[in-house]
Design a protein. Structure first.
Ligand code: SAM
Length: 276
């Protein structure tokens, strides 16, 4: 849906959840010597200016990264994530917020590869300008369709981030279809799917649909920042083939995020997993 611009939402509670987990996943996967592919099916613009343009209109970052900025990080995972965001803001003031491709580029090694799909012409142009390099490909193509063409990657190690806006309700089904196909082609890949907590039937049924894909190893992390009601009251990340270390890192981090980013007494977190 090309009316969606991620700049309106950059650095909000959903980005914090997704990006802390992304850093944990990439840190683990890059600790092994074999080269890795990072595929971002809905990559966004790469970096967001929080002091100009769309990001200033809703200032959603104030309820996300803004609530973490001036206090000591409560867990090692948050410390690591905040250090990366701080490296983009060297004068200490929170002016810019990184998107998933920027975070990935910082963490990947010389032999790893980034494949980034972004359909919006302006965000694609910004992304191609921001994330460059010999090991990077930025494609203005449908990310779920593009994913088919690259699986399985060679060598067979990859993290795929699937992060649509879900502005169109059919996206929930399209993500499940794409994952089913991806698992047929590349069963051992790591896949991370972000989803919103909102009061729509499709969104409510989505976590169960992801589990029903039948992956042997999975993890579901949800951060709810307020009581269920109108709008997005939290979000979740479903990871297929997660590292065995992920639950131990995420549990205290999610608890800390529910405390720091919580807006009312409905703030809570949920973490479930099954790791073979
Ligand atoms: N992953 C980014 C991050 O964490 O920084 C945020 C991505 S944002 C939630 C979703 C992005 O997907 C938007 O920039 C939108 O333009 C783009 N998009 C929408 N439909 C798409 C499609 N079919 N294929 C690729 N990108 C798409």
């Amino acid at each position: 849906m090309l009316s969606y611009r991620h700049a309106f939402h950059a650095g909000n509670h959903a980005d914090v959840l997704k990006h802390v987990a992304l850093v944990l996943l990439l840190d683990y996967l890059t600790s092994k010597p074999k080269p890795l592919w990072y595929v971002d099916t809905h990559a966004g613009a790469g970096v967001y200016d929080l002091e100009r343009g769309f990001a200033t209109q809703l200032a959603e970052h104030a309820g996300g990264i803004g609530r973490l900025w001036d206090a000591p990080p409560p867990t090692p995972a948050l410390e690591r994530y905040l250090a990366l965001v701080r490296s983009l803001n060297p004068d200490g003031r929170l002016r810019r917020y990184p998107g998933s491709p920027w975070l990935a580029q910082q963490l990947l090694r010389a032999d790893d590869r980034l494949l980034l799909f972004e359909l919006h012409p302006a965000d694609h142009a910004a992304l191609a300008e921001t994330i460059r390099g010999r090991r990077v490909r930025v494609a203005r193509e449908d990310g779920l369709r593009g994913l088919r063409g690259v699986l399985p990657p060679e060598p067979r190690r990859a993290l795929v981030l699937i992060d649509p806006s879900y502005e169109v309700k059919t996206e929930y089904r399209q993500v499940c279809d794409a994952l089913r196909d991806a698992l047929r082609r590349f069963r051992t890949g790591a896949y991370a799917v972000w989803y919103p907590l909102i009061e729509h039937a499709e969104a409510r049924e989505f976590p169960a649909a992801l589990r029903a894909l039948g992956a042997a190893s999975w993890l579901a992390a949800e951060l709810q920042v307020r009581r269920p009601g109108p709008g997005m009251y939290g979000s979740g990340l479903f990871v297929i083939n997660p590292p065995y270390t992920l639950p131990d890192s995420l549990e205290p981090t999610l608890a800390a995020l529910a405390r720091r980013l919580g807006e009312d007494d409905g703030a809570e977190h949920r973490l479930e997993w099954q790791i073979d």
